[in-house]
Design a protein around this ligand. Structure first.
Ligand code: ZN
Length: 340
């Protein structure tokens, strides 16, 4: 029986060595070690072996099984590794091939306008101050001279978290935080998201962006405001752009004005962008209401200020001649590519 076992083992080792595929190894495994395999058949003969030799023969058979099994596993594993290496080699990537640049992303047009605005005002000595999207009623309205039940609140209905905590309707709340913390001279720039209960249409969205500047210093007048405005409008829309002021009303500025820019698309002749008027409504601004300065212990005999705030979507739409606000939010790659 020992001789039979040896022959079986030699036979198996020989076949394993010759095997070239995992399938062949699987068949060898079944042939020798399977339930009805040659080794199993040999095991059955163990019952005919004299009792004193049984343990020794058992051990020999067991060793034979382990050896065959071990070699088959080892060779299978080696074949799997070779297969993987072969696959990796064939999928090798060449890092020296030039990258296709057609699909590189760009900054969103609104972000581009924000960066332009920031660049313009920071160069003129303004300090950037961050505000928060969540505000209290006091900072968003009351401290800006818009008490509860003031009609101006109707135009700025917002999302309330509690009766007193809300999502800011404008970036002007940052003016109050600045006046609380800093004494004049003040030159502040701020921008961010703002919120109002508006249905989405071509010119409205419940979430939009604003920027805001506040200047408080000695001898600040409407002429300074107009000068800053003209510079800024020319920077954004081109040297030929003109500014027109119209009297208006905001509780936080006195006097208040609405500023229009001559249409950058048609140069004032009239086109669909300016609805054939030659002018485009741009923003609201004015001299800071002295009540607000006095509330922050600023001597209004010595100091005065101006403030200016605008919707960034609106400025972006004028810059690029986009007529529907929704186009800026629809992730239309073809449109966004044109607005680089
Ligand atoms: Zn026009």
């Amino acid at each position: 029986m020992e001789a039979k076992t040896k022959k079986l083992l030699d036979d198996a080792l020989n076949q394993i060595e010759k095997a070239k595929t995992k399938q062949e190894l699987f068949l060898i495994n079944t042939k020798f070690l399977g339930k009805n395999g040659s080794l199993s058949e040999l095991m059955k003969e163990l019952k005919n072996v004299p009792a004193e030799e049984k343990p020794k023969m058992g051990a020999v058979l067991n060793e034979c099984r382990q050896k065959i099994d071990g070699l088959i596993r080892e060779k299978t594993k080696k074949m799997e590794e070779d297969e993987l290496n072969q696959k990796l080699m064939s999928e090798d990537c060449d890092v020296t091939i030039p990258v296709k640049l057609d699909n590189l992303g760009t900054l969103h047009p609104i972000t581009q306008t924000e960066q332009l605005l920031m660049e313009f005002f920071v160069k003129r000595g303004f300090t950037v101050r961050a505000g928060t999207d969540v505000e209290t009623d006091y900072y968003c309205f009351e401290a800006l001279n818009v008490p509860k039940n003031h009609p101006a609140r109707d135009m700025q209905d917002t999302f309330y978290i509690t009766d007193d905590i809300l999502l800011r309707t404008h970036t002007s709340a940052t003016q109050i935080h600045t006046l609380e913390k800093y004494a004049p001279p003040i030159k502040m720039f701020s921008l961010g998201q703002t919120y109002r209960v508006d249905e989405i249409d071509a010119t409205h969205s419940p979430i939009f962006h604003q920027f805001e500047i506040l200047v408080v210093d000695e001898n600040v007048s409407m002429a300074d405001l107009k000068g800053t405005l003209e510079d800024f409008v020319k920077f954004l829309f081109g040297e030929k752009t003109k500014v027109r002021l119209r009297p208006s009303y905001f509780p936080f500025t006195e006097p208040s004005v609405e500023a229009d820019a001559s249409c950058p698309k048609c140069g004032g002749k009239g086109c669909p962008l300016c609805k054939d008027t030659g002018w485009i409504e741009l923003l609201g601004c004015g001299m800071v209401n002295p009540v607000i300065l006095e509330n922050h212990n600023i001597n209004t005999n010595k100091y005065s200020g101006y403030a200016l705030g605008a919707g960034i979507e609106r400025l972006t739409m004028i810059r690029y001649g986009v007529s529907d606000l929704r186009e800026l939010y629809e992730n239309n790659v073809n449109l966004l590519k044109q607005l680089k």
